[in-house]
Design a protein around this ligand. Structure first.
Ligand code: FO1
Length: 322
């Protein structure tokens, strides 16, 4: 069994390549849930849904989240209530776009959780509904939430204000600088992946944001210890290429939070838990600096612009882990 530690878009594209080279039933993805949110009373799990829709070939290819051929009638209708919403009310949060078809997923998840089902049960029901052969496991059934602290006074509030990850990422388009990230609830959450990490033949850390997608998994008790025990079988793919994130704010977050926004900065974060870092050909000149951090460095094309490139990257990662 191959275990993949996964965030959103980068992990989803990597998994799409992995299923082209390995039987889907051999793959288990342990997915970040610290980005989860509740809006309109609905439980929304963006990273789980991004992975599910991508593996179902139903993801919107341009946005990288939500469903393709989506319609937005419900969001447009919500606009009527924005005008009458009292100033401090959180009702009608129309900054977070929920497509009409996507809403069905959140309706189902919310209803099942309300019936007492656990998030991992509901996640596998939703994966079955989309005929996903890969086993998708939320990192925990407990509530963990990424909270960021504003570094400066800005439209989101004065310096020092804490906001949720989705407010940071979507409402303020990750354009505000931050000074801290914490994972509320992580210290008491029970991780679901420990046995998977113990038993996996190979463990791959997908090219996801190390500070807000992989760090929440690592913040739970026992996860880093489980990875350290398996360090020789753990391979990571850098989400930073030539000093920039392919999608999202990983590069700026690295700098703002005191890390080097480069493959060397990624190596420093992963070196304790991981024996090999795969970097893009654009960073080949940094391979020896990565190795100086105590990791083997493998150079290949990591920009997953086609399913074929994702497949080749997955094959390289599997070879490195075995
Ligand atoms: N990302 C956006 O940038 N804007 C949105 O309005 C938005 C809505 C959305 C709805 C459902 C969903 O599953 C994901 C959604 N995302 C949206 C993406 C998502 O919030 C982020 O990409 C992840 O949380 C970061 O991994």
């Amino acid at each position: 069994m191959i275990a993949v530690l996964a965030g959103g878009v980068g992990a989803a594209r990597f998994l799409r390549g992995l299923v082209r080279s390995t039987q889907a039933s051999e793959i288990t993805a342990i997915v970040n849930t610290a980005d989860d949110t509740v809006l309109h009373g609905l439980n929304i799990s963006p990273d789980i849904d991004t992975v599910t829709y991508t593996l179902a070939n139903a993801i919107d290819p341009v946005r990288g989240w939500g469903l393709e051929n989506e319609t937005w009638t419900a969001m447009e209708a919500l606009g009527r209530y924005v005008a009458v919403r009292p100033p401090l009310s959180g009702a009608a949060p129309n900054w977070f776009n929920l497509g009409d078809k996507d809403l069905a997923t959140h309706f189902y998840r919310t209803a099942r959780l309300g019936e007492g089902a656990t998030l991992d049960q509901v996640t596998s029901e939703i994966a079955s509904a989309w005929n996903i052969g890969v086993r998708l496991v939320p990192m925990t059934n407990d509530r963990v939430r990424t909270i960021v602290t504003l570094a400066q006074d800005c439209s989101a509030g004065p310096a020092g204000t804490e906001i949720s990850f989705q407010e940071y990422f979507v409402q303020y388009r990750h354009a505000v600088s931050i000074s801290k990230v914490r994972f509320e609830g992580a210290e008491s959450a029970r991780p679901l992946g420990l046995e998977i990490l113990r038993d996996a033949d190979a463990i791959i850390i997908a090219p996801s944001n190390p500070l807000v997608s992989i760090a929440p998994l690592r913040a739970m008790a026992g996860v880093d210890e489980a990875l350290i025990k398996r360090r020789n079988s753990v391979v990571a793919i850098s989400p930073i290429v030539a000093g920039a994130a392919l999608k999202g704010p990983a590069d700026r977050l690295m700098t703002e939070l005191g890390h080097d926004a480069s493959v060397v900065g990624v190596a420093r974060l992963y070196s304790p838990i991981c024996s090999t870092l795969i970097i893009d050909a654009a960073d080949e000149h940094l391979a020896s600096a990565v190795e100086a951090e105590g990791m083997r460095c493998v150079v290949t094309n990591t920009i997953m612009s086609t399913p074929e490139i994702s497949e080749q990257l997955a094959k390289t990662a599997l070879e490195c882990a075995s």
